[in-house]
Write a protein that binds this ligand. Structure first.
Ligand SMILES: Nc1ncnc2c1ncn2[C@@H]1O[C@H](COP(=O)(O)OP(=O)(O)OP(=O)(O)O)[C@@H](O)[C@H]1O
Ligand SMILES: [Mg+2]
Length: 361
């Protein structure tokens, strides 16, 4: 397998910019998810790596080679698409053998490679079937197998699970992760589903409007989003974000509804870096709900209650903002109940309103 290095890559379609100066390195054997909303440039980025599109600017290296001018077939990559693109009239065996036949591989070698790929994906018993005789998940594995027999340096995958139903998607997520671990494969995986990225990838590259927003482990992206876009995109339900003014020389925040929140030393130092107002960010699990007022609790009113079984989401209105908090299933709350919110200061996020950037230590 090989490292993939994107150096300031740019792609214009006429006047519009699909990929805007993206630089990142995918290490040898790493599973990287490219994630972001529809139209942010994920597929374009992947197709640039594959060589299916020409760069407007920048460089792409696969291993030691600069591949800017190389044909797709000479880049040693294997693509797995959303629709798998299996040949409907060929058996699974023939589907797997096809890329090797195209390369004029010897028949005995083809047989050995096809059987090895089939065994590693647990589809040996399906080799004589045709794609229409397979479930979605099995077709998925055949598509992976066809990529695998080519022994590529890099796997490129564009939303390969999006055609599957929810249950199968969860199962295939685990299978893909295992596939990666067993093969130590370098994988670039495109998805608009942040949960897929968080659960599978070693690192995730979050894009918006063609611009790379953050590139880090799912844990860091989740716990320390660099800006408001990433904060709102990663995590479900999304991080609660609400505006406040910095007061008392940074010692506290003042909400538009009149509440006041004393900040810890560390958060106060961050708040003092703000150029104007701040946006307070808190994930649902970091918000406490109380039946009585107290210092540093923000008053609100329950809007709706959503039990989901093991966790109950409570939507709370605090005048200017809606906040989603969560409680255990035994806590009984009803619409229009008065509640008071408290925050775990160690898990509080602060963003600069003007720049949208996280306020750092
Ligand atoms: N051939 C093309 N000509 C002109 N514009 C294009 C072309 N292909 C893509 N675009 C535009 O480039 C931007 C990025 O498209 P891209 O397909 O990379 O998005 P994406 O992140 O993969 O989105 P999705 O999640 O919907 O698949 C979009 O604004 C899209 O409209
Ligand atoms: Mg796409």
């Amino acid at each position: 397998m090989a490292q993939v290095r994107l150096g300031n890559i740019v792609k214009h379609y006429g006047d519009s910019i699909a990929v805007d100066d993206v630089s990142l390195t995918v290490e040898d054997g790493e599973f990287v998810a490219l994630v972001g909303p529809s139209g942010c440039g994920k597929t374009t980025t992947l197709n640039l790596v594959a060589g299916l599109l020409e760069l407007t600017g920048g460089t792409i290296h696969i291993g030691d080679r600069q591949v800017n001018e190389l044909d797709p077939k000479d880049r040693d990559i294997a693509m797995v698409f959303q629709n798998y693109a299996l040949y409907p009239n060929k058996t699974v065996y023939a589907n797997l053998a096809f890329p090797l036949q195209m390369r004029k591989t010897a028949k005995a070698d083809i047989d050995r490679k096809v059987r090895a790929a089939a065994a590693s994906l647990d589809i040996t018993h399906l080799l004589q079937r045709r794609p229409r005789e397979l479930s979605g998940g099995q077709q998925q594995r055949v598509a992976l197998g066809r990529a695998l027999v080519r022994d590529p340096k890099v796997f490129l995958m564009d939303e390969p699970l999006s055609n599957l139903d929810a249950k199968l998607r969860v199962q295939m997520r685990a299978e893909l992760k295992r596939f990666h671990q067993d093969l130590k494969a370098t994988i670039i995986y495109v998805t608009h589903d942040q949960l897929e990225a968080v659960t599978m990838a070693d690192r995730m590259a979050v894009m918006n409007h063609g611009v790379l927003q953050q590139y880090d482990t799912p844990e860091v992206v989740f716990n320390a989003p660099l800006n408001l876009f990433v904060a709102g995109f990663v995590g479900s339900p999304a991080m609660n974000l609400f505006p406040a003014e910095v007061a008392d020389g940074g010692a506290s925040l003042l909400g538009p509804e009149g509440w006041r929140l004393t900040l810890s030393e560390r958060n106060a130092a961050r708040a003092r870096r703000a150029t104007g107002g701040v946006i307070l960010g808190a994930r649902h699990s970091m918000i406490g709900l109380h039946g009585e007022p107290a210092t540093d609790r923000i008053p609100g009113r329950v809007y709706t209650v959503e039990p989901t079984g093991d966790i109950t989401f409570v939507h709370v209105r605090i005048a200017a903002a809606n906040v989603i908090a969560s409680v255990g299933p035994d806590i009984r709350l009803r619409a229009d109940d008065a509640v008071w919110l408290s925050f775990d200061q160690n898990k509080l996020h602060l963003f600069d309103v003007a720049s949208g950037q996280a306020l750092r230590d």
